[in-house]
Design a protein around this ligand. Structure first.
Ligand SMILES: C[S@@+](CC[C@H](N)C(=O)[O-])C[C@H]1O[C@@H](n2cnc3c(N)ncnc32)[C@H](O)[C@@H]1O
Length: 142
């Protein structure tokens, strides 16, 4: 995956690096070293307390004015979305491996208001599976 990702960001090699980490905090990123902290379909795998710690840690990574960009599985709001989510959650509770360990979560409660100003919180549904996408700006007061 590191090789593949390295090839994909090849055209932007002067400003993109691929690092391999075991996921433990702190991540190998200097403070203020990036424009964006992006986590797509990762927080929905983590224990809620750990996911909160990741978001807390993430505040250090972007430059002033930088952004937090998150996407995760979430609870469906439409009728079909709610049915699929309930079924998914039921499978996850009994046999999490069958759904890759992912379960629906809400992103906003993980994001401290003192650290991030939420710019956008969007729901997306595809094939009955619902996702939440959040973009937040880094607050300078922490
Ligand atoms: C569904 S993939 C998402 C990959 C990518 N973010 C994307 O959207 O295409 C989930 C990723 O979470 C990583 N992961 C699993 N447990 C993790 C942990 N405890 N800390 C950090 N990453 C973890 C997995 O290695 C995997 O790369």
């Amino acid at each position: 995956m590191v090789d593949l990702a390295g090839r994909r960001v090849g055209p932007w090699a002067d400003r993109a690096r691929i690092l391999h980490t075991d996921g433990s905090l702190p991540l190998p990123l200097p403070d203020g070293s990036a424009e964006r902290f992006v986590a797509t379909y990762v927080l929905d795998l983590l224990e809620p307390d750990y996911a909160r710690r990741v978001i807390e840690y993430a505040h250090r990574v972007p430059i002033p004015g930088g952004r937090l960009c998150l996407a995760s599985l979430t609870w469906g709001r439409s009728r079909s979305g709610a049915i699929v989510t309930a079924a998914w959650h039921g499978v996850w509770r009994r046999a999490p491996r069958l759904v890759g360990g992912y379960r629906p979560i809400w992103l906003l409660p993980l994001i401290p208001e003192r650290s991030w100003a939420v710019q956008d919180d969007t729901m997306v549904q595809s094939w009955g599976v619902s996702s939440e996408v959040v973009i937040a700006s880094r607050s300078e007061e922490h």
